[in-house]
Ligand binder design. Structure first.
Ligand code: NAD
Ligand code: DAU
Length: 339
């Protein structure tokens, strides 16, 4: 087995978003010798409040765009790795306007790879299971690292494009890179445009939750803290050039997840609206995490979804000032889309 990589000064792109900020908290808590420079553009999805409470001598926020080559040139020296979370991340938005998805997800990843090539930085690319397309509900198969890419949406096709750039920069230029493709995350600090926080905050606002299509679509849920721990393991002990799939055996239909939310929030089982389906809506995602488990010994700690959901609901109940300012605008956008 190769020597582990021991980072001391890392750049985390998208560290003010949902998963990126969770990763920064994880590093600050579990790896106190590491300094983190967060590079974040603070789009509608980025919130510096997500980094509240972190020691300023160990976590620095640089507000900027991953597409800004000059900024990357100034930032790179003195760092030893980039952990790349920054992205436009919401499928529905990508269907309305793909432009920022191509720019940030494809061009942004290209710019970061180029700076890693010039300064010999280690690169970890955070990607999604959606690059593999979808599975039928009754298919006895889960995604595996070497499956062919079959992305369906503008979002997932830009993530797939960025993965291919990473693979090519590793093979052609020897950039020391790894890729992880994770399934659906849940937990605190997730933007209210996403499924679970949208329904929870709808109930808290006295608005009926919204279910797309027939509600039978399946997602493979993982707590974001388990994702963060896996990313650290891959960054430090993953084999260069490899792809690792991150999943916690959490397959559930959207209808079941919504039923659990309604029950836990004291609502009748039918207190939701059926709304227009997402165009091109992927039917089912499911991850086979064997490689991650066997090679790196990673295991999820949040194995009780009901408990994780309870904690997440409580967090949104207790942190209304965090989500309230963006709720109305998010719902107005959905209303225009008939969703
Ligand atoms: P998010 O939308 O919550 O956060 C994205 C962050 O990136 C924000 O802070 C935003 O300001 C920043 N950003 C966007 N464009 C930028 C740019 N051009 N330059 C610098 N910063 C920019 O996203 P998330 O849900 O936390 O997802 C993080 C990563 O994980 C993404 O790469 C996503 O594809 C991947 N992923 C997400 C999930 C999930 O369930 N949410 C699952 C698997 C993989
Ligand atoms: O699989 C990983 C992906 O998971 C990540 O790459 C994406 O960044 C992340 O957003 C997520 O994508 P999804 O499209 O699966 O997540 P979303 O929360 O948007 O939707 C989850 C499911 O719930 C999906 O089948 C659509 C459905 N849905 C969504 C919303 C917002 C509803 O039924 N009603 C809703 O209001």
């Amino acid at each position: 087995m190769a020597e582990p990589f021991v980072p001391t000064n890392i750049i985390v792109t998208g560290g003010c978003g949902f998963i990126g900020s969770n990763f920064v908290h994880h590093v600050a808590r579990a790896h106190p010798d590491v300094h983190v420079t967060v590079l974040d553009k603070l789009t509608y999805a980025g919130n510096p409040a997500n980094l509240a409470g972190l020691p300023p001598e160990r976590v620095e926020l640089v507000v900027g765009d991953i597409c800004d080559e000059g900024l990357l040139e100034r930032l790179a020296p003195g760092h030893d790795a980039i952990v790349h979370f920054a992205a436009e991340s919401h499928n529905d938005n990508s269907i309305e306007d793909p432009d920022p998805f191509v720019r940030t997800n494809v061009e942004g990843t290209y710019r970061l790879l180029e700076v890693c090539r010039r300064y010999d930085l280690r690169f970890h690319h955070v990607s999604t299971d959606e690059v593999y397309g979808d599975l039928a509900l009754d298919e006895p198969r889960r995604f595996r690292p070497d499956d062919p890419y079959r992305p369906s949406s503008p979002y997932s096709s830009t993530k797939a494009s960025s993965d291919l750039l990473v693979r090519a920069w590793h093979r052609t230029y020897g950039v020391r890179a790894t890729i992880s493709n994770c399934s659906n995350n849940y937990g605190p600090y997730q933007h209210v445009e996403k499924f679970i926080p949208r329904q929870v905050t709808n109930v808290l606002c006295g608005v009926r939750p919204k279910l797309y299509g027939d509600g039978k679509n399946v997602r493979d849920w993982i707590h974001t803290e388990d994702h963060s721990r896996a990313v650290w393991d891959i960054l430090t002990r993953g084999r260069l050039g490899e792809t690792y799939l991150i999943g916690a055996d959490g397959e559930r239909s959207n209808r079941d997840v919504l039923a659990a939310i309604l029950e836990r929030m004291g609502q009748p089982a039918d207190a939701f609206d059926w709304v227009r389906d997402r165009p091109g809506h992927d039917r089912r995602y499911a991850i086979d995490p064997t490689k991650l488990r066997e090679e790196l010994g990673w295991r999820p700690l949040h194995t009780d979804f009901a408990e994780g959901l309870d904690q997440t609901i409580s967090w949104y109940r207790e942190n209304e000032p965090w989500w309230r300012p963006v709720k109305e605008k998010t719902e107005a956008r959905y209303a225009v889309q008939g969703q």
